[in-house]
Design a protein around this ligand. Structure first.
Ligand code: KG4
Ligand code: ZN
Length: 344
């Protein structure tokens, strides 16, 4: 079983060809190309939707051809074409899904409209046997959600951010600190060299609320005030980056600890999975590894490259759907810029 996955929901044009190994059941990446548009968006300090769709149009065909060439496969060896159909920026979603639909029609192979968040979560199963149900924290630029993955196509949302997503909080705070976009890796780098810890008082909202929701928008306001107060030396900037990262980690860990109790009481599963772009942060990964080990669950986070947006996770989600006997999606289906995992 070989599937091509196309990802165009934001600022990467990515294409992968993934094969499911018959005997192991795991996925083998045959070719993978991730073409980042970051340099195009950097002057604006964030992703410009119009610019992003134009870039996808310009590059997608070249990247698909290159990915086929690298795979050394004839296109008729591909069993299905999968593309991100949401959530994301509509322009990019239209480019990717229409391209996949055209291939699917001309080659008479199924087309799969993939939920991007489902891709982020299921890719954890590509090289490891992680059985359902498992508990998952998805932390990306657009989403912060605590979920139970009951099956490959059934998710229960326990809680989410009521305002900014974690990645968004990183990006906005980085902008205040005059760091480049995307801000997550920049803050992580700056924080690494900090000599001091816990110097700044930053808010931890919703911690006492008895639910699984998060709130991160107050953090950037506090950071803004601290910067406006002046006297931000080089050393203090490093400390601020460290303290910001560690407050985020504390908020995430506390709600996840509650979720673990809930999960253990109501489900029979052993894995806690961390996924999404922010999960590539080593400080956050380490914090989670400690908590999950202490809670006697098994912890899994995909390799950094697979946490960030890529075509492999879209191809793999297609493989999971195909393996479960699904026949593909209607060629007339529309992309969904907002698409909850509870409505697959
Ligand atoms: O999953 P992703 O690639 O795209 C979305 O689906 O949103 O996540 C991108 C987000 C950005 O906000 C970026 O700043 C953040 O992930 N990110 C990080 C790190 N690398 C990427 N945040 C914190 N630390 C990192 N090392
Ligand atoms: Zn993503």
């Amino acid at each position: 079983m070989i599937v091509m996955g196309i990802e165009t929901s934001c600022d990467e044009t990515a294409v992968s060809i993934v094969k499911k190994n018959k005997s192991t059941g795991f996925g083998e990446v045959i070719s993978e190309i991730i073409f980042s548009q970051i340099l195009k968006h950097q002057p604006y300090g964030g992703v410009v939707p119009e610019l992003s769709s134009r870039e996808h149009v310009k590059n997608l065909d070249k990247i698909c051809r290159e990915s086929l060439r690298k795979s050394k496969l004839k296109i008729d060896k591909i069993d299905a074409f999968a593309a991100t159909a949401g959530p994301g920026l509509l322009g990019g979603l239209l480019v990717g899904t229409n391209y996949a639909k055209a291939l699917s029609l001309s080659l008479k192979k199924p087309f799969f409209a993939i939920n991007h968040l489902q891709g982020h979560i299921l890719v954890s199963r590509m090289k490891k046997k992680i059985s359902f149900p498992f508990l998952v924290l998805l932390i990306s630029g657009g989403h912060t959600q605590l979920l139970i993955s009951e099956n490959y196509n059934k998710f229960k949302l326990l809680g989410e951010s009521i305002d900014d997503a974690v990645g968004e909080a990183f990006d906005k705070t980085a902008k205040l600190l005059n760091l480049k976009y995307p801000g997550g890796p920049e803050i992580e780098k700056l924080a690494k060299n900090s000599k001091h810890k816990n110097y700044f008082t930053l808010p931890k909202p919703l911690l006492k609320h008895n639910n699984f929701n998060f709130s991160f928008s107050g953090l950037k306001t506090s950071v803004r005030k601290l910067i406006q107060n002046g006297n931000m030396t080089v050393e203090k900037r490093k400390t601020l980056a460290y303290d910001f990262q560690s407050v985020i980690l504390d908020c995430l860990l506390l709600k996840c600890e509650k979720a673990i109790e809930y999960f253990k009481k109501n489900y029979n599963g052993k894995y806690f999975v961390l996924s999404g772009g922010v999960a590539s942060n080593m400080f956050i990964r380490k914090g989670f590894n400690n908590l999950i080990t202490e809670k006697k669950m098994s912890f899994f986070v995909p390799e950094s490259k697979l946490c960030l947006d890529n075509g492999t996770m879209i191809a793999w989600a297609g493989i999971e759907r195909l393996s479960n006997g699904e026949k593909g999606d209607n060629i007339s289906s529309l992309p969904k810029p907002r698409w909850s995992l509870e409505n697959l």
